[in-house]
Design a protein around this ligand. Structure first.
Ligand code: AMP
Length: 307
């Protein structure tokens, strides 16, 4: 159940209608690793950080079974920084600042010890860097999942189109699906996007759940109705970690099992939003996760006798 996770490890500054954070640890690969390591170990991480990235955060990841051999530490440089502001609905947000810093010249190197990994999770990152990791794999992983965002559609669309041809599953949110496909209907958008390469597509809709598309089939997962959402940052990445973590643990990449993976991803994302940054992900136990997954089962379970 070997798994490689690629993505940003970062500092974030987050504003919500209810408060503003200081610079806190974030980054797509950070959230993915915290989430996936509940299901699959080791998580073979590939990223880059500056000398300013807290060493205790790296240690905490290692203590959870995250291997950092593929994480470059550029002591004299600054980590990637992202600032965002959420609107009142806590679903939509504006990016206030993106400072690539160490990401600007990042050349990922897949360590020999990572070769042969069966699952590859390409978290949000420069598309050409995501592609370079695929190209360095001596044996194609059994499943390649890619996450991206509007920033890359606007700044690196050609490279994004190239890497999409080589992945099995794409995870994006609804507004990104519309932007990528130039279609408003998500069903039409899904059809267009699946022509670009991925056989499977997950469209995340924040508090409205997620859709999984494959061929002419669609599966719908709810989001857990929560009383309070403190900070949605990283929810998509945490979803990705649960999704790939479940698939890597079970080693089953059928559409049926992907439905379960979407539920596991949704359950993990529901924890992430309960506190700022990755605080909540650091607290939860296996029992918390199992209980939350049971809540999801109850949310969608019903009996009917058709007459
Ligand atoms: P999410 O809320 O799941 O979309 O992910 C938010 C995380 O993505 C934050 O922790 C950011 O550090 C990270 N992030 C934001 N913009 C980018 C970008 N352009 N490239 C890579 N990571 C990013």
């Amino acid at each position: 159940m070997s798994l490689i996770v690629v993505g940003s490890m970062a500092f974030d500054q987050i504003e919500t209608p209810f408060g503003k954070s200081d610079r806190i640890v974030g980054g797509a690969a950070t959230y993915i690793a915290w989430s996936a390591s509940n299901f699959a170990k080791p998580v073979n991480q590939i990223s880059v950080v500056g000398g300013d990235f807290p060493k205790e955060e790296l240690q905490a990841l290692q203590d959870r079974g995250v291997v950092l051999e593929g994480v470059q530490i550029k002591e004299d440089e600054k980590s990637f920084f992202w600032a965002g502001k959420y609107h009142m609905d806590m679903n939509s947000r504006d990016t206030l600042d993106t400072q690539l810093n160490v990401l600007a010249n990042f050349v990922p190197v897949v360590p020999d010890s990572y070769q042969g990994s069966e699952f590859l999770m390409l978290g949000n990152l420069v598309p050409s860097i995501q592609h370079s990791v695929i190209n360095q794999m001596k044996t194609r992983p059994k499943l390649i999942v890619l996450d991206t965002m509007n920033f890359w559609m606007e700044t690196a669309m050609e490279d994004l189109e190239k890497v999409l041809k080589d992945v099995d599953v794409l995870l994006i949110n609804d507004s990104e699906a519309r932007e990528l496909s130039a279609q408003y209907s998500l069903v039409k958008a899904a059809r267009e996007i699946m022509k670009m390469g991925p056989k499977y597509l997950v469209i995340k809709k924040g508090e409205h759940g997620a859709l999984l598309f494959y061929d002419d089939e669609v599966f719908v997962a709810p989001a857990l109705p929560l009383e309070d959402v403190f900070d949605p940052t990283g929810a998509g990445d945490t979803f990705a970690g649960g999704f790939i973590g479940h698939l890597a643990r079970t080693k089953d990449i059928s559409f049926e099992n992907m439905k379960t993976a979407v539920i596991v991803g949704s359950a993990m994302a529901s924890f992430c939003v309960e506190k700022f940054g990755n605080t909540r992900l650091k607290e939860i136990s296996k029992e918390d996760i199992d209980n939350r997954i049971r809540q999801f089962v109850n949310l969608v379970n019903f009996d009917i006798q058709l007459i």
